[in-house]
Design a protein around this ligand. Sequence first.
Ligand code: 5AD
Ligand code: SF4
Length: 479
Amino acid sequence: MPAGTFHILTFGCQMNVNDSLWLARSLRRLGFVETPLEHAEVTILNTCSVREKPEQKVYSALGRIRHATRGTPGAFAVVAGCVAQQIGAGFFERFPQVRLVVGSDGIAMAPQAIARLCDDPNLRLDYTLFSESYPERDPALSGAPGETPGPIAYVNIMQGCDNFCAYCIVPYTRGRQKSRATGAILDECRAALDNGAKEITLLGQNVNAFGLDAHGDPGVSFPGLLRQAAALPGLERLRFVTPHPKDFSPETTALFADLPVLCPRLHLPLQAGSDAVLTRMRRRYDRAGYLRLVEELRRARPDLALSTDIIVGFPGESEADFQETLDMLDAAGFMSSFSFVYSDRPGTKASRFPDKIPPEVKAERLDRLQERQEILSEQWLAGMVGRETTVLLEGPSRKADLPPVAPETDSPKSPSTALTGENKSESWQGRDPWGDAVNVRLPKGVGAPGMLLPVRLTAAKRHSLLAEPVKPLDQGEKP
Ligand code: 5AD
Ligand code: SF4
């Protein structure tokens, strides 16, 4: 008899996705069964409030959930994540179906709380207090037998952020920075590798400030953690996200030359290219400093792929300021960027700044920025064609735009079979070390999730690459 049925809806960043995966594993361990929304007794809404109108999004999702689960007796909702942290018990008044609110630090206790709520229909719980130290979760739950987590694992190394960038709500919703104990991080990495992971991404809001707070283990810095993680047996690829330019130490930069498993890809948020805007944003680096760091990183790893986050239309941003941001796309040579229009977040310093930029100006600047980035991204992908590298296969490809494996011998065939090489081959998707999405066609039965396949990149599509195995493979043969 299952303990209950559940469904999880996730908004926001990779940390939220990771929290949702952990929550799902924990609930399954407690005997809960995951179902489509209509049959779920417990619906968990994992929320994000970094941008736009997150509360409205959550309120309308709660309305939809209520409607969808109206035929399920005793159905209730849980609100987790940043919006839960912001609104807290306020949800109980507006939405009677909400019986649990959990903030960032409360997630660790959520599975047991949900089980209690199922047993006691009169109970409501509010877990939005911040804890004193990193809220460690049940480690046995990551990589439980029977789970198929795939070849890529994400491991949290810290919670929260102390930077208080003027536009950002994270320090308020995720709390102050708390590094996690190194032993717990490495144990979770080992469990993921034992369970078939080949690639690990270390996660946090400001990863390279790891160890600089009063929590975690004294004496272990971010580069020290990277070295220890890189040495774990079975690890093929190591990544981390998100670092802050101001906390990037020369020691970490040097690791791009020293650690072969550290992928040549870095997401390094720039936010703006004008010094005046960077100062008002409280980013604590300038344009020249950012470019110097890029140069040092490229000296350590000449093929480094850089991506970034950019905000356009920060209060007071002039056309000249914006031009400097636009110029930075070329100067730093970003292979991709996530760009956003500035939006006021409650309680932040920038929300009280004068000189707000009109929405149409923000939208027009965003268009121009994205147009330029699109060209740079296409150039990046075109420049990859011809390289030999490896692809970590993740799963069957959703796209059917791959050429058939050559040479095809069984003729005649219908045009659609000729196009897809149907019957004899199948396409797989994965990523190269630079993080490009790659599709590769393999004879049937050869590919498997987690396989590190030597390939030649053969063509660039709009947002991905096509590849072929370096060594021709026959059906049933392993590379
Ligand atoms: N408005 C627009 N974008 C924002 N971001 C964070 N706060 C805001 C805001 N108030 C963007 C930043 C950050 C990314 C996760 O979201 O670029 O790096
Ligand atoms: Fe927000 Fe700045 Fe912290 Fe990033 S570093 S989470 S932008 S406050």
